[in-house]
Design a protein around this ligand. Structure first.
Ligand code: HEC
Length: 190
């Protein structure tokens, strides 16, 4: 009897403590908050298990330089904002994100060791509760593979491809970061 009461109380107590924690205002919700206990481990295990089940296998060694250049154009438009460009400092947005987006052209952030199918899965589906978007709706399957192949070969890209990964000049924004608006006509002398 005591045992049964213990089990019932236990069953009630755990969800109750969970609800109290979530509604207490103490659970980390800001990008700048420290991680919850075990957050990294749980999220990592869930993600890896999911990807192992679902990632396709594909040999991307046949992609041509031209296809990699197309991948670099996609990267410039959709990824560089968070994942950075070769030989460039970490972009401003990336510095304030939690979790940090790996800088895909640095030795620490490269995904060259991952099977391309795993990287493709991440780009296609995104990574929940992180800044990593899903590109399934905005890129075609061919484009997904082009940009996947680009980042999978980040350690070994031909010069034509690297030159497509230079920072783009932003015509409307001056070096001071101010918008270059047309100067208003000088007011009439009084
Ligand atoms: C708004 C920011 C943002 C944009 C834009 C973005 N990502 Fe990400 N990406 C992230 C973050 C944050 C992570 C880290 C997620 C994590 O820690 O699990 C990530 C993770 C990844 C990973 C997994 C890296 C690893 O080590 O496993 C790959 C690959 C990736 N992104 C590729 C891309 C590509 C390709 C694009 C463009 C098509 C892109 N991302 C656009 C924020 C972004």
């Amino acid at each position: 009897m005591k045992f049964a009461i213990g089990v019932i109380l236990g069953l009630l107590l755990f969800p109750l403590l969970g609800v109290l924690y979530v509604t207490s205002g103490r659970m980390p919700a800001a990008a700048t908050d420290p991680p919850m206990p075990f957050e990294g481990a749980i999220a990592g295990v869930a993600l890896n298990a999911r990807i192992r089940r679902a990632a396709p296998t594909r040999n991307v060694s046949g992609f041509t330089t031209q296809e990699l250049v197309s991948g670099a154009d996609i990267y410039q438009n959709d990824c560089a904002f968070c994942h950075g460009l070769p030989q460039q400092p970490m972009p401003t947005a990336a510095q304030g994100e939690y979790p940090r987006p790996p800088q895909l052209f640095t030795p620490d952030g490269r995904v060259s060791d991952d099977p391309p199918g795993v990287t493709y899965w991440k780009v296609k589906n995104g990574i929940r509760l992180t800044g990593m978007p899903s590109f399934e709706k905005s890129l075609t399957d061919y484009q997904l593979w082009q940009v996947t192949t680009l980042v999978s070969r980040a350690d070994n890209l031909p010069p034509e491809v690297l030159s497509s990964l230079k920072p783009l000049p932003s015509p409307a924004i001056g070096s001071s970061g101010a918008l270059a608006l047309p100067t208003p006509p000088a007011s009439k002398p009084q």
